[in-house]
Write a protein that binds this ligand. Sequence first.
Ligand code: GLU
Length: 183
Amino acid sequence: MCGIVGYVGAKECTAILVNSLTKLEYRGYDSAGIAVFEGDRIKTVKAKGKRKEGLIKKLENEPHFTATAGIGHTRWATHGEPSENNAHPHCTDDKSVVLVHNGIIENYQELKDKLIKSGYAFYSQTDTEIAVKLVDYYYRKTGTPLEAISRAMLRIRGSYAFGIMFHDHPGKIFACLLYTSDA
Ligand code: GLU
């Protein structure tokens, strides 16, 4: 099981995100990460292992954050080993779109093959990276986050939840959830 948290508000949010992830620790996880709007870019920090030995230690070595909006994730690996590279958030090469994900993308291989044909390259073993690059693909076509997310959701099969940030839309977090059941 994984956990997703998000914050948009007046306060500096890094500690809020990390403390919120702590509340999800009971769910068990193998890695954790955050993404925040810092200055004019999206900054990501992620680490393998439990919060204290992993993410918090990494954040201690980072310069002080001023961000007031961001997302966080605790991962329970389903696609790809537990590692920093496979930890969420996942992003496009230029960090124009950044995404955290709970669940499984059943048709990820088919979508990955199509994205490779469209020129995308992949750095992780996760199904999640397919989602962020598919959203980016439609964002480049449509120019609007909601349209891009809706179109990506039409293509993705499975049960999942996403938290998404777009560099072009600072201070905003987009979220969606699709639950399908065969029962
Ligand atoms: N399937 C995704 C992965 O393996 C998300 C797993 C989760 O829900 O934590 O990274």
